[in-house]
Design a binder for this molecule. Structure first.
Ligand SMILES: [Zn+2]
Length: 258
């Protein structure tokens, strides 16, 4: 995970989205008991929160990568989903917990709550999980301020650099703080399914070996090998590169010769 900066909300969310959010708040006020029991449910149109302008903006800001694991799915065979950081329908503190109804329905069309995630992070792992340091502080409806919550899930577009919370052992993320450990668990970031991340690490290791082996070699071939290998390593840490947080951590542990 790397930090992303989102900028201004697409208009669709501040117009139709704001209207829908107000309507959900009225629905809740008319039938709070039903929504808290999970018997009454909101309908959230994808045509609003996942409108093309929203998807396109997030895709550009996130460089086509999952905001959580930094996988870059190949189009047209795979694509990213608009994810609600605070889940919109219901929430769970952990995998063993019961669902708590409703979710953060009033944030379903809020730019600050929307991100693009891959199927693995978003659907297979995160789902409706949104752990807090103290679940008793959870904002259960739009009358409660979310500022009173201390979320354990790191926010890629939040004020903090995720690198302060998640380090790497080889290609595997390691939690450095309670938030880092919870985020890895919620998203399954340390699961073996992330094989492409290991493939990348092995490519980086081969490139670094080439740089060291030909360091000081002034023959045209030696210079060419080093330039190509350095290019691979330099591109791997750019924000548009897949798994760039892992690549950055690897190169800071294993610096190249000057
Ligand atoms: Zn992902």
């Amino acid at each position: 995970m790397i930090r992303i900066v989102k900028g201004v909300s697409p208009r669709k969310l501040t117009t139709d989205g704001a209207t829908r959010a107000r309507a959900h708040q009225d629905e809740y006020d008319a039938d709070g008991a039903g929504f808290r029991a999970g018997t009454s449910k909101f309908s959230f149109p994808r045509s609003v929160y996942a409108h093309k302008t929203v998807r396109d903006a997030l895709e550009r800001i996130q460089h086509g990568k999952c905001c959580y694991c930094e996988a870059k799915p190949e189009k047209p065979y795979a694509h990213l989903h608009v994810d609600h950081w605070r889940p919109k329908s219901c929430t769970r503190q952990d995998r063993a917990a019961e669902e708590s109804w409703p979710g953060y329905y009033w944030l379903a069309y809020t730019w600050d709550n929307l991100l693009l995630g891959c199927h693995f992070c978003n659907s297979a792992n995160k789902g409706d999980l949104f752990p807090l340091v103290d679940p008793a502080e959870r904002a259960l409806d739009h009358h409660t301020d979310i500022a009173g919550e201390r979320p354990l899930l790191l926010k890629p577009d939040g004020p903090e650099d995720p690198a302060a919370h998640i380090g790497y052992h080889e290609e595997v993320p390691v939690g450095l703080t309670p938030e880092g450990r919870a985020t890895i668990a919620v998203l399954g970031l340390d699961r073996t399914e992330h094989a492409p991340r290991l493939d990348l690490l092995n490519r980086l290791k081969r490139s670094r070996d080439v740089v060291h082996r030909y360091h000081g070699d002034t023959s045209p071939a030696g210079l060419e090998f080093v330039a190509r290998a350095r290019g691979v390593l330099e591109r791997a840490v750019r924000p548009d590169a897949p798994f760039s947080a892992m690549a950055t951590a690897y190169l800071s542990r294993n610096p190249l010769p000057p």
